[in-house]
Ligand binder design. Structure first.
Ligand code: CO
Length: 459
């Protein structure tokens, strides 16, 4: 039996432990070594890396991708894409989704892992279609959660539907780290029964289950696991690459990794990790084990958001009530997985219900949009009384949300004129307008300075 490894230090581990603040200069020198490690793929782009490059690091995310490709020509580069939301939280029109996928592949991406927070396949359709058209590997990701409507049969049917859409692998994406070893075993088995595709397991160490979850998932036939080089593993990040290599190879699993290269990779990231602790970039609490998510069925990140929200309103004593209200709100809404943006929407509403002393007395704009169907189809039924209370006579939409959007790429390109030096710039702007604007200005300043110093040097 063979087990493959996807290394996440450049994307998810970076995002989970240090808010995606790792600059290219830190990892560029080790890329050629990483290229020899024998990874199935390296997750290096997408998710929050794009925004973070532009917003905090003054780096062009596209340039980052091209340089990674140059230094890692033999390793499959992987990105995470939120379906029709691309890397953001709203729906983008189809022309933008297609362009974004095209340019990602053209700049070096080999595998695009595509997910939707609600597991609404209509929100995955265009991204999957375009990825396949571009000749890249589309991996269909299931946003994992537990609820009375999230049964093994439904998850397996979802995997089957994605297989019919042409994906080359199925990823079980447990962003909150709440999938137990038994759940992994049962779910991998259920998917393998229905679909003849490689299954990828993705989880986080947040609740302490991850190593056991991977082991049981592999016993059920999972083909690929997501891990992080040990110094960037654990806590809210992935389980350690070297540890799983050690344990699994002892059990007789065949693994392509080269332990001596893994060591070099890990040694490279150690000084940066230590600096991140010293500078406060890494908050030590993310390295611990938080089992609250298992008790309350609320992901760790959502719990800390709730706590700070209640503290800000001087109402931290109401936390137990809010924690009881949260699953009720989730039930009213048809059990959406508690991932961005649903975790925020459900959390804010639960707190509002408790603090105002009356349920749904006040309802946020995002919750209204969700009930209207603007995020896609709810996994279960939304409480009809709540729909009536929130929408009145207005009818929810039943089409694919992006069907209502006008094409945007050519219009934006024209509007930006010379400020955008490439189609990639136009896409950066569409994804994050203010942040891209700021980045363009910084880039122009840097260019002016280079020209100035060059002229001075000549003079
Ligand atoms: Co993750």
């Amino acid at each position: 039996m063979k087990v493959h490894f996807t290394e996440t230090v450049l994307r998810d581990a970076n995002q989970s432990l240090i808010a995606t603040r790792m600059p290219m200069s830190v990892f560029e020198p080790i890329l050629e070594t990483m290229d020899k490690a024998g990874y199935y793929s390296v997750e290096c782009w997408g998710g929050a890396t794009f925004d973070s490059c532009l917003r905090y690091l003054s780096e062009d995310p596209w340039e980052r991708l091209r340089r990674i490709k140059e230094k890692m020509p033999n390793t499959k580069l992987q990105m995470l894409l939120r379906g029709q939301n691309l890397l953001g939280y709203k729906h983008y029109p189809d022309d933008v989704v297609r362009r974004f996928v095209q340019r990602s592949v053209a700049n070096g991406i080999d595998i695009i892992r595509i997910f939707d927070a609600l597991n609404d396949t209509r929100n995955l359709k265009v991204a999957i279609e375009e990825t396949i058209k571009c000749g890249a590997h589309a991996s269909g990701a299931i946003s994992y959660t537990t609820s009375p409507v999230h049964t093994l049969e439904k998850f397996a049917a979802l995997a089957k539907e994605m297989a019919e859409m042409g994906v080359k692998s199925i990823c079980i994406k447990d962003m909150a780290g709440v999938m137990s070893p038994k759940e992994a075993y049962d779910l991998v088995s259920a998917i393998k029964d229905k679909v003849n595709l490689p299954v990828v397991l993705h989880t986080h160490c947040t609740t302490g289950l991850a190593f056991m979850t991977y082991l049981k998932g592999i016993e059920a036939g999972a083909d690929v696991i997501d891990t992080a080089t040990s110094v960037f593993s654990g806590g809210t990040s992935q389980p350690a690459t070297e540890t799983l290599y050690y344990a699994l190879s002892q059990m007789g699993y065949e693994i392509d990794l080269k332990p001596e290269v893994l060591k070099q990779v890990n040694d490279h990231f150690k000084p940066f990790f230590n600096e991140a602790i010293a500078s406060g970039l890494l908050d030590p609490t993310v390295m611990g084990t938080a089992t609250e998510a298992l008790d309350y069925k609320i992901p760790g990140g959502m719990l800390s958001n709730l706590i700070s929200q209640l503290k800000a309103q001087n109402a931290i004593d109401r936390l137990p009530e809010v924690l009881e209200e949260t699953p009720r709100v989730r039930e009213d809404l048809g059990y959406p997985p508690l991932v961005t943006p649903m975790s925020q929407i459900v959390g804010v509403q639960a707190a509002t219900n408790v603090l105002l002393g009356e349920r749904y007395k006040s309802v946020g704009k995002e919750l209204k949009a969700y009930v209207r169907g603007e995020y896609g189809r709810a996994p279960g039924e939304i409480d009809p009384e709540l729909v009536k209370k929130i929408l009145g006579d207005e009818k929810p939409i039943d089409c694919r949300p992006a069907d209502l959007l006008e094409p945007e790429f050519e219009k934006t390109k024209k509007m930006l004129g010379e400020r955008a030096t490439s189609d990639e710039d136009v896409l950066s702007y569409i994804a994050f307008p203010q942040v891209a604007e700021k980045f363009f200005t910084e880039r122009e300043k840097r260019m002016e300075n280079i020209v100035k110093y060059t002229i001075e040097a000549i003079e």
